[in-house]
Design a protein. Structure first.
Length: 141
């Protein structure tokens, strides 16, 4: 049975989509690979896809995520070339999901280290008017 999956990398990962594609090519399996801006789409026999996913995740377990896809690459029901251009259906959801992956990655890292709570994420607040005036004075005096 055929299987199609997204392999998505977190923004915090040092692994690029091209690294993932090269790893898949090195494995020598009968898998179709399509690089995208957020990772790769892989399509092939279900057993080969599952074995490949395990090896890919081992490259960076906390920053590589796998998601099922209902259609193979180039399917006319999803392909922009067949639909007259524009964003692929589901692109904006994938974009939103990829923005929160660093938070999930931090949680996975904390769990792997045996920490109870993931480290806090530093939030930046806007400086007040007085603070801005002080910064300007320090910079230009």
């Amino acid at each position: 049975m055929k299987s199609t999956k997204y392999v998505v990398t977190s923004q915090d990962s040092d692994v690029l989509p091209s690294d993932i594609a090269l790893k898949i090519y090195e494995l020598g399996r009968e898998i179709n690979v399509k690089e995208t801006c957020f990772g790769v789409i892989i399509d092939g026999d279900e057993e080969e896809i599952e074995a490949t996913v395990k090896e890919i995740r081992a490259m960076d377990p906390s920053n590589i995520f796998i998601k099922d896809r209902g259609f193979p690459p180039g399917d006319p029901r999803r392909c922009r070339g067949h639909r007259g251009g524009g964003a692929r259906p589901g692109f904006y959801m994938m974009q939103h999901e990829s923005e929160i992956l660093p938070l999930i990655s931090r949680g996975l890292d904390a769990e792997a280290k045996g920490e109870e709570v993931p480290p806090e994420i530093g939030t930046k607040k806007r400086p007040s008017l007085e603070e801005m005036e002080e910064m300007i004075k320090e910079e230009f005096s």
